[in-house]
Design a protein around this ligand. Structure first.
Ligand SMILES: *[C@@H]1O[C@H](CO)[C@@H](O)[C@H](O)[C@H]1NC(C)=O
Ligand SMILES: *[C@@H]1O[C@H](CO)[C@@H](O)[C@H](O)[C@H]1NC(C)=O
Ligand SMILES: *[C@@H]1O[C@H](CO)[C@@H](O)[C@H](O)[C@H]1NC(C)=O
Ligand SMILES: *[C@@H]1O[C@H](CO)[C@@H](O)[C@H](O)[C@H]1NC(C)=O
Ligand SMILES: *[C@@H]1O[C@H](CO)[C@@H](O)[C@H](O)[C@H]1NC(C)=O
Ligand SMILES: *[C@@H]1O[C@H](CO)[C@@H](O)[C@H](O)[C@H]1NC(C)=O
Ligand SMILES: *[C@@H]1O[C@H](CO)[C@@H](O)[C@H](O)[C@H]1NC(C)=O
Length: 926
């Protein structure tokens, strides 16, 4: 019986064409996997089907003609590539053992989840395994070490955790190992040093700790070593410098220390070298001088100490060089002018002396030059003004002298000019008025004299700051300054300006802060809002200002202060009184001094006793620095107010600019300082995402409690959208990018933080923009950590017009409340204004026709119509926005879903964008 059975089996096998036999096995495995995929994923593989009429032996059952599949001549599947199809599902039902000839498996950029099954080891012939950009989780199986034919292993951009198994050291044919952007931890296994053919090792953005194994220094073929954004420490093994093929060495954002390898760039191949944000000490490697292929160098934020006069050579391709925040000294070499491709050079916050070499003019591509906070002397060379692409020029906090050259007017692209805190003298040249793109002009703390040139009023883009304070300016304030309609911060204090404050100042609608104190001004102060909200400090020490501010005299009808008539008598009396006063003071000072001195010490102790600070910032900020930098929260430093307090801009003595939010006294009371609150602060300090404002610290004190965070140049999204000229600059591409960035950030808060963080107050005024118009989420003022199973009943928070409707009757705050607010925000970015009216017209029964309005017709009219590609993305954005606005919280999508959908928005029927109505979107019919 048994032998008969074997005989038939043998016949059967012989009768079959073996490739068909495997073909069928492969077919079955693929169909089984296809069937296991979720939602509409199976329909994304329409060609993966057998004709149901055909027999099992029909040749057409081989999958070789299916999309994404390549076979060898014998009809066996050798390549399977189904990347970027949006497939959802797991690998558990993938029968790897059916693919005996498979060499390439590319499942990247889908929505696969779950773990990597150990039976993947059945892929005995596999050379390329590419699973990047999915949501695979779990650990990398140790068994991966059995796939010894692997040349390329890429599982980047997933949610893998745990260590890299040491068995990867067995994959000796590996050329590329990419595990970046996961949550892997542990140390880098030294066995990676066995991978003699390795040319690219990318482990960035994980939680790896420990040191770099010395063995990596023996990987002779290595061209790319990317270890940035980890928790690695220790020094760099010197052998790394001996890797002659190395083109990219990116180690930034770790906690490395010790000296940089002195033999770096031995083969001369190095192009991109970044070790910024570490704790490296000692010299700049001598070998960098002849490393002539350099393109990008980032050494900033370390403690490198070296004489830079001779440290660098000529680099024809160098584009970007940041050496800021180190202890570098010596003088600037003329050789910088020979780096003809240089666009960005920052040397700020070092100890560099000597003068600015005029040869800089030869680096004609320079966009940004930052030499601030050094000890540079001499004049500002006229030749610098030939750099007509310059956008950013910061020479502040040096010892420069002489005049500001008139040629400054030829820098027509400049948007930021800061030459404050130097010894510059003479008049401010009127030509500065030709720098018409300036957003920021800082001339304070110099010895400029003469009058303020009227041409400053031509700088109509000026918005962030005009600071002429602490100079020796005389004469009147030109009324033309009133044309600076966008200006938010104006400081003219500490000069010798005389006459009235021009009434044209009433037209400066954007003003948030103004300081004219310590001048010789007189007459009525303007009556617009910015002036009314100021305190006396902004006006004090002038000749005779009057107006409706407490501390100032009220004005009489002629616009002078009421007491003016008695001035002459007053002068005489004042002189006598002050003489008497001086006498009294001399007599009394000895005694008073003693008492005062004691009192001061008491106060200080009290401050120390009540003070509680948490710092999350590696530079040294102390409470006193903040008080000093904001001049005890003087209105001049205030850049805005929000629901929870006023925001101040503070430039620390290190040159770092931070935003300080001073909490309202009401926020100062109970709750602050409690255990729960402190836990929350410490959780917030761990939040780190490129689209979330960095949190630097927090101080609690009986007098001032404040939160310190990153300062962002362009202010908030609400303001940008409401300013027509700014709104135009926020083109569709930038808007889409903003929403994508925000979706990523909120997805991180909701899904990647544990416990999840619900923002609770998403609105356009809590979204800040940096110089590149990248968005950052700010203001966790109301964010409370949401423990998954505790109740979340708390007081109502949020901004009117963004609050989810269910919060009106339940106080349960969930991620879905954020989804609603985010829906409002997405619509706001699409249409350019808060969509409140639009939404109420859509839901009101009185105007049903508004549901027939086309999507394309509500887009922000101040932008030109979107390009083809952008319109795909806008359509998806609108669709997601309306699904977020669903009254039923359960029906709103998750942030992860929104983020994914936005990132894969492409290839859509263009018709759809032009014909979709708001009603269809609202009822989710599309
Ligand atoms: C088996 O099938 C393949 C592909 O269909 C074909 O090229 C080959 O000639 C067949 N072999 C035999 C022995 O029939
Ligand atoms: C083949 O399968 C399709 C879809 O599964 C079905 O609609 C069709 O009726 C089947 N044809 C036959 C002949 O069974
Ligand atoms: C195999 O299937 C194809 C189409 O699905 C059909 O045309 C052909 O007749 C089938 N051959 C056999 C031998 O059944
Ligand atoms: C694979 O790696 C492990 C751990 O590094 C080692 O113990 C084992 O001997 C290796 N296997 C082979 C076949 O090299
Ligand atoms: C680098 O290479 C040189 C020359 O091959 C050798 O003398 C030196 O010891 C090596 N240095 C390190 C740290 O490997
Ligand atoms: C950096 O190194 C210095 C001394 O070398 C040490 O005092 C400091 O704590 C280190 N900082 C960090 C963030 O590791
Ligand atoms: C990740 O996948 C999405 C589609 O799922 C794709 O749109 C996006 O470009 C991919 N990102 C990268 C970096 O490959």
């Amino acid at each position: 019986m048994f032998s008969l059975y074997s005989y038939y089996l043998l016949l059967l096998v012989l009768a079959l064409n073996t490739s068909q036999y495997f073909g069928n096995m492969e077919t079955e495995a693929l169909l089984k996997w296809k069937a296991s995929l979720l939602n509409d994923s199976p329909s994304l593989l329409p060609t993966w089907t057998t004709s149901n009429s055909s027999s099992y032996f029909n040749k057409t059952t081989t999958p070789c003609t299916w999309s994404g599949i390549s076979c060898n001549n014998a009809g066996n599947v050798v390549k399977l590539n189904v990347s970027t199809l949006g497939l959802q599902g797991t690998l558990l039902n993938f029968k790897f053992s059916s693919f005996l000839y498979l060499t390439t498996l590319d499942l990247s950029s889908n929505a696969l989840f779950g773990t990597i099954p150990t039976h993947i080891t059945n892929l005995s012939q596999i050379t390329s395994l590419i699973f990047s950009n999915n949501t695979l989780s779990g650990e990398i199986p140790r068994e991966i070490g059995l796939l010894t034919n692997l040349v390329s292993l890429v599982i980047s951009q997933n949610l893998l955790y745990g260590p890299i198994p040491s068995t990867v050291g067995n994959l000796t044919k590996l050329h590329g190992l990419g595990l970046w952007d996961n949550q892997l931890n542990g140390s880098i296994p030294p066995e990676i040093g066995n991978l003699k053919s390795l040319s690219a090792l990318s482990l960035w953005r994980n939680n790896f700790s420990g040191t770099i194994p010395v063995s990596l220094g023996y990987l002779r073929d290595l061209t790319t070593l990317d270890l940035f954004e980890n928790l690695l420490s220790g020094s760099i093994p010197p052998h790394i410098g001996n890797l002659t093929n190395l083109k990219r060495l990116l180690l930034f954002d770790n906690t490395f220390s010790g000296n940089l390898p002195q033999n770096l760039c031995r083969g001369g191949s190095l192009e991109n070298f970044a070790v910024a944000f570490n704790n490296f000490t000692g010299p700049i490697p001598k070998s960098l001088k002849n490393c002539s292929n350099l393109v990008r160098v980032r050494l900033e934020r370390n403690q490198l100490a070296d004489n830079i006069s001779e440290a660098f050579g000529v680099y024809p391709s160098l584009d970007y060089m940041d050496l800021s925040h180190n202890n570098l000294y010596g003088e600037l070499s003329r050789i910088w002018g020979k780096c003809h491709s240089l666009t960005y050079l920052s040397l700020s916050n070092n100890k560099i002396s000597g003068s600015i070499p005029p040869e800089f003019r030869e680096s004609t591509q320079l966009r940004k030059l930052d030499l601030s906070d050094n000890h540079m002397v001499g004049e500002i060379p006229k030749e610098l003004m030939k750099l007509n692409f310059l956008i950013y020029l910061n020479l502040s906090h040096n010892e420069l002298s002489g005049q500001l050259p008139r040629e400054i007017g030829s820098l027509s692209e400049l948007d930021r000019l800061d030459i404050s805190s130097n010894y510059l003298s003479g008049p401010i040249p009127g030509e500065v008025g030709k720098c018409s793109k300036l957003l920021y002009l800082g001339l304070s703390c110099n010895i400029f004299n003469g009058s303020i040139p009227t041409q400053i009023g031509d700088l109509i883009s000026l918005s962030i700051l005009l600071d002429l304070s602490h100079n020796e300016l005389t004469g009147g304030i030109p009324s033309k300054i009133g044309s600076l309609r966008k200006l938010e911060n104006l400081n003219l204090s500490h000069n010798m300006l005389s006459g009235n404050i021009p009434s044209s100042f009433e037209e400066m609608e954007s003003l948030l802060s103004i300081d004219v104190s310590y001048n010789q001004l007189e007459g009525r102060i303007p009556t617009n809002k910015a002036f009314q909200n100021l305190s006396f400090d902004a006006f004090k020490n002038n000749k005779d200002l009057c107006g409706n501010v407490s501390g100032l005299q009220a004005c009489d009808s002629s616009g002078t202060s009421k007491s003016n008539a008695m001035d002459k008598h007053k002068v005489v009396i004042t002189i006598i009184l002050s003489l008497l006063g001086v006498l009294f003071l001399i007599l009394a000072s000895a005694g008073v001094f003693f008492i005062f001195y004691r009192k001061k010490i008491d106060v200080k102790e009290e401050i120390q006793k009540d003070l509680f600070c948490v710092w999350n910032y590696d530079g040294n900020i102390v409470y006193e620095d903040i008080i000093e930098a904001t001049e005890n929260f003087s209105p001049g430093h205030c850049i805005g107010t929000g629901g929870y307090g006023s925001v101040y801009k503070a430039e620390l003595s290190t040159g770092q600019v931070v935003a300080v939010k001073k909490l309202h006294p009401s926020e100062n009371g109970v709750g602050l300082g409690s255990k729960a609150f402190l836990d929350e602060i410490s959780a917030l300090s761990e939040v780190r995402h490129r689209n979330i404002v960095r949190f630097y610290g927090f101080c609690l004190h009986a007098r001032h409690s404040f939160i310190i965070s990153e300062y962002l140049e362009r202010g908030n999204l609400s303001k940008v959208l409401s300013d027509i000229e700014e709104a135009v600059k926020l083109d569709w591409v930038r808007r889409i990018n903003i929403i994508k960035g925000l979706a990523n950030a909120f997805s991180y808060l909701h899904h990647d933080c544990s416990p999840p963080i619900v923002h609770r107050d998403i609105s356009s005024s809590n979204i800040l923009l940096d110089l590149e118009y990248e968005a950052r989420v700010s203001d966790f003022g109301t964010a409370r950590l949401l423990k998954p199973d505790s109740s979340n009943w708390t007081e109502l928070a949020g901004t009117y017009g963004y609050i989810a409707p269910e919060l009106a009757y339940t106080m349960r705050v969930t991620e879905k409340c954020d989804m609603y607010s985010f829906g409002v925000l997405m619509l706001e970015v699409l249409i350019g204004i808060h969509p409140g009216e639009l939404l109420s017209s859509l839901t009101s029964s009185s105007s049903p026709t508004s549901q027939n309005v086309l999507l394309k017709d509500i887009l922000d009219g101040c932008l030109s119509p979107p390009t083809l590609h952008a319109s795909y993305e806008l359509f998806i954005m609108a669709k997601l926005a309306f699904s977020c606005l669903d009254a039923n919280p359960e029906s709103r999508p998750t942030m992860k879903h929104v983020s994914r959908e936005l990132s894969k928005a492409e290839a859509l029927d263009l018709e759809l964008f032009h014909t979709t109505t708001l009603g269809q979107l609202m009822h989710r019919e599309i």
